[in-house]
Design a binder for this molecule. Structure first.
Ligand SMILES: [Fe+2]
Ligand SMILES: [Fe+2]
Length: 506
């Protein structure tokens, strides 16, 4: 006997819509629930490539049409519009800032000289930002500190090379600059400052000399930080979509939903509103962990559907090459990809992505990298160092990765304390944030999270992998299948949720 309860009817409509990859708005679902021939109507939309998300209005239009003609999917359409995406007529304005990308330039060999050169470069980049801050006044170099008389105020810029608690619970910090080293004391009453100081931070310190031994009593600490400002915006309305952490090859990769996204970007499913939006998407950023990889962690083979790295990348290529060619696609690596795990990571090599390297609209980049699209500057970084940064700050968490991203912007560095995650010492510190970005984009933690900080829009853009056994153990809920789309002119963000037949489109 057929179950006619409302709840079951809703389930039947949703299940059938899902089977046919038809996305419904809430009112579209309500309307379809009242239609005996809902399957026929869904079939109709399944074949109508001009409809992405189906609204109640669409359902009514088809019903009205049906009164006059027999509804034949694919033949009797309401009216199939010939779709021409607006972004096709928008000339691409894309700059990949080569100097920010390590690809093809890696020289780090792990020698002692590399180490010294790396830290000198990091100090120089960050000290330069601090020196430009006029409120700091004149800066004393550390080799001149012993000439400052006791009780006199002074300001210096240094890298933190050590920190420890004294028996009175004050914090003694060891500091260095290219001229020498010194010690500074943060009193217990300023514990809030002391706790924020990390090893390897480059900071400006205002303080007072105590005694004649060259010890500085810390009054204020300044991090390089980013200035308050309104960031750059596109002059015309053009959209960018952002995603990350596909983990193709994993049993938990959401193949069907990812396929729906590819269809959606091709305008093969979705509502009128969503269709207008898709048409304006000019850029797609993919922030790494394209595949699940092999041998990334012990026992990974049990979690793999495709245990062959080449086949994992072939599958990745099969999706990406279906995307329309007017969309510029920027693809970076992550810690699961077939490149060195240490940051900065070079682009995934041609050996694995033979076909995609031949596409003019596909750009393989390293991580991190700075990319300007229509005047908006984005730093795309996979986010491998989010793990130690989240561990370092009590208010940061895997649920709120933007809090850790904020600390990186404040310190103008993407790796923070050395040694917590592998990095390769290059000639320049690719992980320092020398130019202030309008967007800081990361993945890696599999959680969608967005926040504005001093005018920079921080985005963590989720995943296409369902909850893993490790995340289960950590009691962490990822947010798979949600794609943020940003209007580069207004910075209005729209999330497209591919988890359900219902898509939020405004
Ligand atoms: Fe990942
Ligand atoms: Fe990752």
């Amino acid at each position: 006997m057929q179950d006619t309860s409302q709840e079951n009817l809703e389930k039947q409509v949703l299940a059938y819509a899902l089977e046919k990859s038809v996305i419904l708005t809430e009112d579209g679902l309500e309307s379809l629930k009242t239609q005996e021939n809902f399957k026929k109507i869904i079939d109709y939309f399944a074949e109508d490539t001009s409809k992405a998300v189906v609204t109640a209005q669409d359902v009514h239009a088809v019903k009205d049409n049906e009164k006059q003609t027999t509804l034949t999917p694919g033949k009797t359409r309401v009216e199939k519009t010939s779709f021409r995406p607006a972004a096709k007529d928008i000339e691409s304005q894309l700059t990949i800032h080569e100097k920010t990308d390590v690809t093809g330039k890696s020289r780090g060999e792990g020698k002692k000289e590399d180490f010294i050169r790396y830290f000198n470069n990091r100090y120089e980049q960050l000290a330069k930002i601090l020196k430009n801050r006029s409120s700091l006044g004149s800066i004393k170099e550390l080799d001149r500190l012993n000439r400052v008389p006791p009780n006199k105020d002074t300001t210096l810029i240094a890298m933190v090379s050590g920190k420890r608690r004294t028996k009175n619970n004050h914090m003694l910090i060891e500091i260095e600059d290219p001229t020498g080293s010194a010690a500074a004391l943060v009193l217990e009453k300023n514990n809030d400052i002391a706790e924020q100081i990390l090893l390897d931070d480059v900071i400006a310190i205002k303080g007072r000399m105590i005694g004649s031994g060259g010890l500085l009593l810390v009054n204020e600490v300044f991090w390089p930080d980013i200035p308050f400002r309104k960031g750059n915006r596109s002059e015309e309305e053009v959209l960018a979509a952002f995603t990350s952490d596909l983990h193709i090859g994993s049993k938990l990769f959401m193949k069907d939903k990812f396929n729906t996204m590819i269809k959606w970007l091709n305008n093969d499913c979705g509502s009128k509103k969503s269709r207008e939006m898709v048409g304006k998407i000019k850029y797609l950023f993919i922030a790494g962990d394209l595949v699940d990889g092999i041998g990334i962690f012990p026992g990974q083979e049990k979690e793999l559907e495709t245990p062959d790295i080449y086949r994992q990348y072939e599958e990745f290529e099969s999706y990406i090459k279906e995307l329309p060619e007017h969309i510029e696609i920027i693809i970076g690596p992550g810690n699961h990809d077939a490149v060195r795990v240490a940051d900065p990571q070079p682009a995934v090599p041609k050996e694995f992505l033979k076909e995609l390297y031949g596409f003019k609209n596909i750009h393989m980049v390293g991580s991190p990298v700075t990319v300007t699209t229509h005047g908006v500057k984005t730093i795309m970084y996979h986010g491998t160092s989010l793990d130690p940064v989240i561990a370092e700050f009590p208010d940061a968490s895997y649920e709120k990765p933007t809090k850790a991203m904020r600390e990186m912007l404040k310190r103008r560095n993407l790796s923070l304390t050395y040694g917590n995650k592998p990095i390769t010492m290059e000639e320049t510190d690719y992980l320092s944030i020398s130019d202030v970005p309008d967007i800081l984009l990361m993945g890696h933690v599999h959680k969608n999270d967005y926040e504005m900080y001093h005018g920079t829009f921080m985005m963590n853009v989720g995943t296409w992998q369902l909850k893993t056994p490790l995340q289960e153990k950590m009691n962490f809920d990822p947010t798979p299948g949600i794609v943020p789309v940003l209007d580069l002119k207004s910075f209005k963000l729209t999330e497209i949720n591919f988890n359900k037949a219902l898509a939020k489109t405004d």
